[in-house]
Write a protein that binds this ligand. Sequence first.
Ligand SMILES: Nc1nc2c(ncn2[C@@H]2O[C@H](COP(=O)(O)OP(=O)(O)O)[C@@H](O)[C@H]2O)c(=O)[nH]1
Ligand SMILES: [Mg+2]
Length: 327
Amino acid sequence: MPANLTPEYYKAEQWFRSATVNEEKILALEQMLRVIPKHKGTDHMRADLRRKLSKLKEAPTKKSGAKHVDIFHIPRSGSGQVVLLGTPNCGKSSIVATLTNAKVNVAEFPFATGGPVPGMMEFEDVQIQLIDMPPVTADYCAPGQVGTYRHCDLIAIVIDLSAEIVEQLHSCLDFLQSRNLLIDQKVNAVDSNGNALGKRTFCICTKSDMAKANALERLKSSCGYPFEFVEVSAKTGDGLDELPGKIFGLLGMIRIYAKPPGKPVDMKEPFTMPAGSTVMDLAQAIHRELAKKLKFARIWGTGVYDGQNAQRHHILNDKDIIEFHFS
Ligand SMILES: Nc1nc2c(ncn2[C@@H]2O[C@H](COP(=O)(O)OP(=O)(O)O)[C@@H](O)[C@H]2O)c(=O)[nH]1
Ligand SMILES: [Mg+2]
C-alpha cells in the first residue's frame, strides 16, 4: 500500500536528517509522527518512528568516552543572545563585523561563513551577544545549525533589499516554520514538556543603499508575520546606530542598578532582567539564599517617588535604582 507522504512530512524528515543532537532529533521525530498520514500504508513507518523516538528518549544525555563537540552550541554571554538567519550574501557577516568586535569573514562569494561566530554588541551600558551564522537556502542548512536558533533569545532574519526579496523571505520562513521555531497559530508547536518552541523574531533589511524600488514595502506586504523591520546599510552606516537599541527593546529586558544602603549607586554594571520582573525576582537572581531574608526595597525610578519603599511583588522598570533591605 502506498504511503502517500506529504510535503509537510518530507520537511520534518529533512529536519530530522539535519539534526545532530538528540534533543533536536526528538523534536523532529515527534513532528514526523504528528504529520505522517495515518493509514495502513504507513503502519510500519509509524512503528519504526516510535521505536526510534523511544530509543532516543532513553539514551543517556551524557556519554562517557568520546565526546561529541557541537560547534553550533554557543554559550550565552551578556544580556541576550541574538542569532542571524539569512540566505547567502545577504549581509549577515557585515552586520556582525560592524556592530561587534568579532572577527568575521565578509566576502563577495556565498558560504564564506562556515560556523557560528559570536561577537558582543554594546547598547548603552549593556552587552548583547550577536551571532553570525552560515546561510540557509531553500533546500540546505548546515547539519546542527538549527540548534543555535533553538537556544537563542531572538532571531534576526536578514533580508538583502537589493536582491530577490520574496525568495529570501520564503527560504528563511520555511526554515523556521518547518522546525517549529516561529510563534504562530500551530497548536502543537510545543516540546514534550509543553514548552512553546516559537522564538521572538524580527527582520533586519540590509543594503538599503542599493535597495530595489519599494523593496521594504513589498517585503512587509509579503511577510504575513507581525515582525518589526529595521532598515540598515553596512556600507553607509544608515540605521546601524538604532539597531542595538531596537534589539534591546525586542529582547524585552530591563536594567536595574543596585545601590548598597548608604552608598552611591553602581551605574556601570546594571543587572538585566526580563521585563515584568519583580523586586523578589531580582533578589533571587542575585542571591537565592539572601533573597529569603529580603524585607523590603527602596526604589528610585519610574512610577515611584524617590526612595519609595517597595514590597517583594513590586514590578520593576527599566533603569530603576534599587536598594535592598534584609532582615
Ligand atoms: N552596498 C552594500 N553592500 C553590502 C552591504 N552589506 C554587505 N554588503 C556586501 O555584500 C557582500 C556579502 O556580505 P556578507 O556580510 O559577507 O554576507 P553574508 O554572506 O550574509 O555574511 C559583501 O561583498 C559585502 O561587502 C550593504 O549594506 N551595502
Ligand atoms: Mg557570512
